[in-house]
Design a binder for this molecule. Structure first.
Ligand code: ADP
Ligand code: MG
Length: 375
């Protein structure tokens, strides 16, 4: 693509971790559009108060993850796989994003992600509440704070919610997520990738396991509750080849452009926990056979993304109900998955593009629009 006269003036900066694949892929997409390479502003430097934004720069904020030094600074040290500390991480991370916004505003650079949106997207309770208020179909959730196991058990009983997803409010990548089900009297099962050591410490592992002893589950939940919990009804998900399925839909500039199906033998479909790519065409056929229409999927994803109008690109986790008869939004992610080489949905306008190229195109479209409406 050759740059149009107005796009020649576009300069990007990315706040991210140098060498991170998401950052590299975005930089490649910028170069492929004939634009100068984006300036990479390292999270390490941001945390020391060094930004160096220049007037007119368009600043994309990317994940601070996957850099041990940055991770230690945000989480306050300790083992990187430990589950506790997400509330502190959230406070420091959202503070840092505010500082980025302030530094950008001072010199007249523009953020492509709204700091207020980011603060909501990284709090599953606030994200859920915002979606619900906008009429997006989400799983019913407990509304009050959860103080620990006894409190949770009582609240679930009162809400008639025998199967629930218990999620750390500030978690991602299924860290600390527990799928909980009460069977008959005294019967209980918790499915999670959290490993509890003999001395009671919690670590995220790559293996999904089950706990059925109430004392063990209680200890797990009591510890998790310290960082804040979001609890919602466990929706029975549609399946492909006997594996539970959900969809990750990427919405760029308000438009659902890319989608993948993720399937797993466990209730969590996250790829690092043994989830794998499912069959999107089969999901579409099943949805249409159920009489729902594929627009239901793009529609609910765009409706969810519209709750975050200041954010260029979001990844929406869509939960298909049993039989592909209804969709609900499980969560909205600010930074999205790495989806290399995935091209866009038919009719999305991004048929030939990966998610990064689609973002660059959306920004250029917007800049052209600004230029013409200012002229
Ligand atoms: N209410 C729910 N009912 C059924 N499955 C759910 C529900 N919430 C989340 N899941 C599943 O759990 C996994 C992780 O949940 P998610 O909210 O996306 O957290 P994370 O930010 O850790 O990825 C996803 O694979 C999703 O399909
Ligand atoms: Mg998710």
């Amino acid at each position: 693509m050759s740059p149009s006269p107005s796009s020649r003036a576009v300069r990007f900066a990315v706040v991210g971790n140098p060498g991170n694949r998401r950052v590299t892929m975005f930089a490649d997409a910028v170069l492929a559009a004939g634009l100068p390479a984006p300036r990479i502003v390292a999270w390490r430097d941001v945390l020391r108060g060094a930004y160096g934004f220049t007037p007119g720069e368009l600043v994309r904020v990317d994940s601070p993850g996957e850099d041990p030094e940055v991770d230690r600074a945000l989480r306050g040290g300790g083992d990187p796989t430990r589950v506790e500390g997400s509330a502190l991480w959230y406070r420091r991370f959202t503070d840092a994003v505010q500082q980025v916004a302030r530094a950008a505003a001072e010199v007249g650079a523009t953020l492509l992600d709204d700091p207020q949106d980011i603060a909501v997207l990284f709090d599953k309770r606030r994200c859920h509440a915002r979606l619900l208020a906008a009429g997006v179909h989400v799983p019913p959730a407990l509304t009050g704070p959860v103080h620990g196991w006894d409190d949770l058990r009582e609240q679930l009983r009162a809400a008639r919610m025998p199967r629930a997803f218990v999620k750390p409010a500030h978690g991602s990548s299924a860290a600390g997520v527990v799928a909980l089900e009460f069977g008959g009297p005294g019967r209980l099962r918790a499915t999670t990738s959290v490993e509890r050591t003999a001395d009671g410490r919690l670590f995220n592992s790559l293996r999904v396991r089950r706990y059925e002893d109430e004392r063990e589950v209680a200890a797990l939940v009591d510890t998790l509750a310290g960082d804040g919990l979001h609890v919602e009804r466990w929706l029975p998900k549609a399946a492909q080849h006997g594996r539970a399925a959900d969809l990750r839909v990427v919405v760029v500039g308000g438009r659902a452009t890319h989608a993948v199906v993720r399937t797993s033998r466990s209730p969590m479909t996250n790829l690092h926990l043994g989830g794998s790519r499912g069959d999107l065409a089969a999901a579409r056929a099943a949805t249409e056979a159920a009489g729902l229409g594929w627009e239901a999927l793009t529609g609910i994803s765009e409706q969810a993304a519209a709750c975050f109008p200041g954010t260029l690109c979001v990844g929406v986790d869509v939960l298909p109900g049993t039989g592909w008869r209804r969709f609900a939004v499980g969560e909205v992610n600010a930074f999205g998955d790495l989806l290399p080489r995935l091209t866009g949905l038919p009719g999305s306008g991004a048929e030939e593009q990966d998610t990064y190229a689609a973002q660059v195109t959306a920004v250029l479209r917007r800049e052209r629009h600004r230029a013409t409406s200012a002229a």
